[in-house]
Design a protein around this ligand. Structure first.
Ligand SMILES: Nc1ncnc2c1ncn2[C@@H]1O[C@H](COP(=O)(O)OP(=O)(O)O)[C@@H](O)[C@H]1O
Ligand SMILES: CC(C)(COP(=O)(O)O)[C@@H](O)C(=O)O
Length: 278
């Protein structure tokens, strides 16, 4: 199962005793790169790019199904963990889908039921582990996704992108950032939430990629989440549709048209070229 990476530009945090009501509002885009997950008979081990690790959201999904003992989960990811590209969410959602395929060999569930249950299980795993709030819902929806309400029932707007093939998303990963250190910190929550309310309204009024990028950079700067280094890179990339810091990572991302791609690649040191994935 392939689950696309997801870049959040801006978001607001909602915590609730009910994990299904916990989540985030905000906006982001999914990419044609992400994480492929398979499951095979084994000992309950988790592998990430062939390295055995105990990845908490994946473990959470396996435990939900009491799946620990007899299968291994293999994640093959285009991006490292901790880069603000929804990799943990992709691992959780891919695991949930693959487990469903195995446990329901008699097709008791119809595909739509699969989908809904897999998304809920993966979302709960992310929220419980502190590794995400809205990625799974965005990765399930795919494309340019505005999340209007947190958690479930899912309430999102999938924005139609005309001439989607004209756009490139270029990312550069400059380091790691643990999501849980931000979304569980009261000071950060306060900064994030007082900034993001107006942004959602502004984007819904003018749902363009340009406006998304402008609002994302405003969010990254106003909350203080953006690093000085990434802020400088974003200034160098102002000729593009827009550039900002992927939330929550130490990663810069920009959206550009094909005619500007070579100039972007000349500025970034280790660029990864992606497309928007719907
Ligand atoms: N080597 C590792 N072993 C176990 N867990 C890891 C390892 N490297 C990263 N992780 C975990 O992966 C998760 C990454 O989630 P997150 O910070 O949300 O990053 P992302 O933006 O990739 O989703 C964190 O819980 C982190 O502790
Ligand atoms: C921004 C974030 C809270 C974390 O995203 P990541 O670092 O990619 O796990 C995301 O889950 C969201 O709610 O939009």
């Amino acid at each position: 199962m392939f689950v696309p990476a997801h870049i959040t530009g801006f978001f607001k945090i909602f915590k609730d005793r009910d994990f299904l009501k916990t989540g985030s509002t905000g906006a982001g885009i999914t990419l044609d790169k992400g994480v492929h997950t398979t499951i095979k008979p084994g000992n309950g081990d988790i592998y990430f790019n062939n390295k055995k690790i105990d990845l908490s959201p994946t473990r959470e999904v396996m435990d939900y199904f009491n799946f620990g003992g007899s299968y291994d989960v293999m994640h093959f990811s285009d991006f490292p963990l901790g880069s603000g590209l929804g990799t943990s969410g992709g691992c959780a959602l891919g695991t949930a889908h693959e487990v469903f395929k195995i446990i329901d060999t008699y097709k008791i569930y119809d595909d739509n039921n699969y989908n809904n249950e897999a998304v809920k299980i993966a979302h709960i795993a992310e929220v419980k582990c502190g590794t995400g709030l809205g990625d799974v819902i965005a990765q399930h929806t795919k494309g340019f996704v505005i999340r209007k309400k947190p958690g479930f029932p899912i309430n999102v707007e999938k924005v139609k992108i005309n001439n989607i093939d004209d756009y490139y998303v270029v990312v550069e990963i400059l380091g790691k950032k643990e999501t849980k250190n931000i979304i569980n910190n009261p000071q950060w929550i306060e900064k994030i939430n007082k900034t993001s309310d107006e942004l959602l309204i502004k984007l819904l009024k003018n749902p363009t990629l340009k406006n998304f990028m402008d609002l994302s950079l405003y969010f990254a700067k106003t909350t203080g989440l953006i690093s000085d280094n990434i802020l400088e890179i974003c200034k160098d990339l102002k000729f593009t549709i827009g550039a900002s810091q992927a939330m929550l990572g130490n990663t810069v991302f920009c959206i550009c048209k094909k005619e500007d791609l070579d100039d972007v690649l000349s500025i970034l040191k280790n660029p990864i070229v992606c497309k928007i994935y719907e």
